[in-house]
Design a protein around this ligand. Structure first.
Ligand code: F0G
Length: 353
């Protein structure tokens, strides 16, 4: 088998690219679909985790960004702009660097994880910190793209969703069928919309024989889709999904309703517990926002809302190393024991002696 070539080449016929479109890729996609015996036992079904933190910049955003940056470069853009809670900017700046485009990013002042900030810095971005949240950053980005020669690459750019839908294709390709339920976190609501497009297109083309129900989970302090109204001051420890007015609001509602799914909220405590349990049980370290889907599935299972015998896939969206401050701040000390270099002492504190 030849090595994975990135989502544009692997799924070319499903994407809005032509022979004239350059392929700006870091080899994104082709991420692991890992069986979880821990979650499978809890839901009494078969649960697989789609580990999107294994993408080149550590999140699912790379799928949409390879597509959006390639199309923008093909159209002659010189500069690109996005608003971000950190992952979009990390990804955008990496792909812009490869394409030779000038990246401009707008992020909420003081509310993005240090690892994500470091990525944008190393990719040579102009980082503009905005006094406000993601929603305000997006407003300014949209206006910049309207009034100045700079292309907007947030998920309101439809090419982003086209790229991101390839994750749904991969799940079906690897499982050999569509899952019964697909679970994922929801923030600006682009990804749930993209998955729905992917699952729908595969079913329409006869590649899959059915479409899964989509179950999305927002953080309780930033759950506009659950509350049915804009949240003016969204707040959650999961900074990646700290969003009060999602751009893909109606697409997400359509994904929920057409798939027979649901969008619900989980608390910060549930998110952080799920993050820790996923790391301890499955060896998968994700950032807090990425654990929202796991937290939601656990809550649903405990409430008796998951029928037995189902095949469930769950996307964890970003790598845990992007934000080490949040999980470590819950732990009293990360150093259990300090010893002199002696076998006896090591054996004793390790409980081996
Ligand atoms: N998980 C992570 C790790 C994210 O970074 C995001 C969004 C989501 C989930 C939610 O996905 O917005 O498509 O519903 N991050 C954006 C950003 C907002 O700027 O990086 P969504």
């Amino acid at each position: 088998a030849q090595p994975w070539r990135g989502v544009i080449t692997e799924y070319r016929e499903w994407l809005p690219v032509t022979d004239a479109t350059p392929t700006i890729t870091l080899g994104e996609g082709g991420t692991p679909l890992v069986h979880s015996s821990w979650l499978s036992e809890i839901v009494r079904g078969d649960v697989f985790i789609k580990v999107e933190g294994d993408n080149p910049t550590g999140s699912f955003k790379d799928r949409g960004m390879t597509a959006a940056i390639s199309v923008a470069a093909g159209e002659g853009a010189k500069a690109v702009v996005c608003a971000s809670t950190g992952n979009t900017s990390a990804s955008m700046t990496a792909y812009a660097a490869r394409a030779g485009l000038t990246p401009i990013v707008l992020v909420p002042h003081g509310k993005i994880a240090a690892g994500k900030m470091a990525q944008a810095v190393m990719h040579g971005a102009d980082i503009i910190q905005v006094r406000g949240g993601f929603d305000e950053c997006l407003q300014v980005s949209r206006a910049l793209a309207k009034d100045y020669p700079v292309a907007l690459v947030n998920s309101v750019n439809p090419v982003r969703l086209e790229g991101q839908k390839t994750a749904a294709f991969e799940i079906v390709d690897v499982l050999g069928k569509a899952p019964d339920i697909h679970v994922l976190p929801v923030g600006n609501a682009g990804n749930i919309s993209a998955y729905w497009m992917g699952f729908r297109q595969y079913a329409d083309a006869g590649v899959a024989d059915h479409r899964p129900a989509l179950w999305g989970f927002q953080a309780a302090g930033a759950a506009p889709l659950v509350r049915g109204e804009i949240v003016r001051e969204p707040d959650t420890v999961a900074t990646a999904i700290r969003i009060g007015n999602p751009a893909s609001w109606s697409l997400a509602e359509a994904a929920r309703d057409e798939s027979g799914g649901r969008i619900d909220a989980v608390t910060d405590e549930q998110i952080l517990d799920a993050q820790r349990e996923l790391g301890a049980h499955e060896g998968v370290f994700v950032e807090p926002a990425s654990a929202a889907g796991v937290a939601g599935l656990l809550a649903a299972a405990r409430a008796g809302e998951v029928a037995t015998g189902q095949t469930i896939t769950i996307t964890v969206t970003g790598h845990g190393l992007k934000d080490i401050d949040t999980p470590l701040s819950r732990i009293e000390s990360i150093v259990d024991d300090v010893i002199d270099p002696s076998v006896e002492a090591a054996a004793e504190v390790a409980g081996l002696a």
